[in-house]
Design a protein around this ligand. Structure first.
Ligand code: NAD
Length: 253
């Protein structure tokens, strides 16, 4: 598997799965733009990976998404791969954010952000003769939020947002197949990142979470990045419209 000579932009690259994916892509020979709303996190990444282009921007803002893509093409001359890893969970929003604002914020970043970034890249991929988009869904794209965890009152926007990401993936895959643009989603189980810290740091919740995954553990960001690299590579040339689980068996139950 190699991504040699391919150009990728990865959102959410300042942390967790996006960061691990940016690193994996560089290791596989890709030229990478690491994008995130968090400038300090990107600068930290660039200390170890100076070959990466970094760009700060908000995926929910259309002019930012266009700027991030334009900067990538200006730097590397083309764009082959988009990984939409920027995402948030309602549990990480502060107590000052009310019920309705939580719903809006999660849908805005996870759904609208994925759509705007994809919209900003597609024309360039078409003119290159093809490309690849990878969206971060979740096991919560496919099943409901477990009742044994906090935030399981049925009004959690996260599963709805991730369900929309998978359906967006399928619709884009169908529409763009004739343009040789493959669009896939990765649906991870619980992975150790900043996004899940608030639940994994509580020992009894952590234990419950581990038991929910048949493999008896949570995932590491690199285990998701490995699948992103495969899906972005030419070895996945006949894979499009898939919701690829990376979940230690969670959704197999
Ligand atoms: P993370 O919190 O570690 O990283 C997310 C990154 O997205 C952060 O660097 C953050 O600054 C960035 N971001 C947030 N809002 C943004 C915006 N508006 N514009 C640009 N960047 C923004 O999270 P993670 O766990 O690495 O999650 C990555 C993706 O994987 C998310 O879409 C998440 O929903 C999904 N996912 C995570 C898990 C998990 O257990 N960690 C499981 C399933 C799916």
């Amino acid at each position: 598997m190699t991504l040699k000579d391919k150009v990728a932009i990865i959102t959410g690259a300042g942390s967790g799965i996006g960061r691990a994916t940016a690193i994996k892509f560089v290791e596989e020979g890709a030229q990478v733009t690491a994008a995130d709303i968090n400038a300090a996190a990107l600068e930290d990444l660039a200390k170890n990976y100076p070959e990466m282009e970094i760009v700060t921007g908000d995926v929910t803002n259309q002019s930012d998404t266009v700027r991030m893509v334009t900067q990538t093409i200006a730097c590397f001359g083309r764009l082959d791969i988009l990984v939409n890893s920027a995402g948030i969970s309602a549990r990480n929003l502060g107590p000052e954010v009310n019920f309705e604002e939580r719903w809006d914020a999660v849908i805005e970043v996870n759904v609208k952000g994925t759509m705007l970034m994809s919209h900003a890249t597609v024309d360039s991929m078409k003119s290159n003769g093809g490309g690849c988009i990878i969206n971060l869904g979740s096991i919560m794209s496919l099943v409901g939020y477990p009742t044994t965890l906090p935030f399981s009152d049925g009004f959690n926007p996260y599963p709805t947002s991730k369900g929309a990401v998978v359906q967006f993936t399928r619709d884009m895959a169908v529409r763009l197949a004739s343009e040789s643009i493959r669009v896939n989603a990765i649906c991870p189980g619980f992975v150790y990142t900043a996004l899940t810290e608030k639940v994994t740091e509580i020992p009894e919740v952590h234990e419950t979470l581990c038991k929910l995954h048949p493999m008896g553990r949570l995932g590491e960001p690199a285990e998701v990045a490995n699948i992103a690299a495969f899906l972005a590579s030419d070895e996945a040339s006949f894979v499009t419209g898939a919701a690829w689980t990376v979940d230690g068996g969670y959704t197999a139950q």
